[in-house]
Design a protein around this ligand. Structure first.
Ligand code: ADE
Length: 247
């Protein structure tokens, strides 16, 4: 892992509703002409704050269905293209997620990731089994966690808002505090490029609660996006100019 001073930060976000409050609070401008060329649907926004360059990149909309491109595949493609275009010193995946109350999560909390894993890649062949789960540590950021009073835990990714019995078992094996749909894919891209990687996830729904996730998600999306809006500027101010070993 490189320990360069942080001068360029790439913030990756799946949904427009999650990205726009960040773009507004950071006073970023959409890159026109696009810095990530079509047919990639990603949309990028750039600006300077706290003496560093910040890029927020969202995955854009699905041409066929008109909704945001969510899930690990668009997340990894966007991450790959954005890392090449913006050459960041730090990548942060920011978005909403389900949280486990058994691991201290409540709606509106913002979690800092300690590690990333998959819970829906089941390949019961020696070697491929561990590859499927993947699991890699986030760059340690205990000072950032304490400075912003963030909760922390393992972020586990899959391509469904709900979960099967097999997903549930792997979520527990992963010791997941947070369940979402992008971070593990991005962690693979960050690892390929040797770029430090963090994630901040705001909780919209309780995975080990009794309500359907889609109901809670839609109810709490706005509040969770506002929670991310509140933490993003202090997080960027904290990391600006520091070496990753001082996070
Ligand atoms: N995003 C928000 N809530 C989620 C959940 N329960 N699972 C996956 N992604 C989510």
């Amino acid at each position: 892992m490189e320990n360069k001073d942080i001068k360029t930060v790439l913030v990756l976000v799946a949904m427009e509703a999650e990205a726009l409050p960040l773009v507004n609070i950071l006073d970023l401008k959409e890159d026109v002409p696009p810095r990530i060329a079509p047919p990639a649907p990603a949309v990028s926004y750039t600006g300077e704050k706290h003496g560093i360059t910040i890029h927020v990149v969202r995955n854009g909309k699905c041409q066929l269905h008109g909704v945001d491109n969510v899930g690990t595949v668009p997340a990894a493609v966007t991450a790959y293209l954005a890392v090449h275009e913006f050459k960041p010193d730090l990548v942060i995946s920011v978005g909403t997620a389900g949280g486990f109350k058994a691991r201290g999560a409540a709606i509106g909390d913002v979690f800092l990731a300690t590690a990333f894993a998959n819970h829906d890649r089941r390949i019961p062949i020696p070697g491929f089994d561990k590859y499927g789960i993947w699991r890699i540590d986030a760059v340690p950021a205990p000072k950032l966690r304490d400075a912003l009073s963030l909760k922390e835990g393992v972020v586990s990714s899959g391509n469904s808002l709900d979960y099967s019995k097999e997903d549930w078992d792997q979520l527990h094996a992963n010791e997941a505090a947070v369940k979402e749909m992008e971070a593990a894919g991005i962690s693979w891209v960050a690892h390929l490029h040797n770029v430090p990687f963090l994630a901040l996830k705001s909780i919209t729904d309780i995975v080990d609660g009794d309500r359907p996730p889609q109901e809670e998600f839609l109810e709490n999306l706005h509040a969770a996006a506002q929670a991310l809006q509140r933490v993003i500027a202090p997080v960027l101010e904290f990391v600006a100019g520091k070496s990753t070993k001082d996070l």
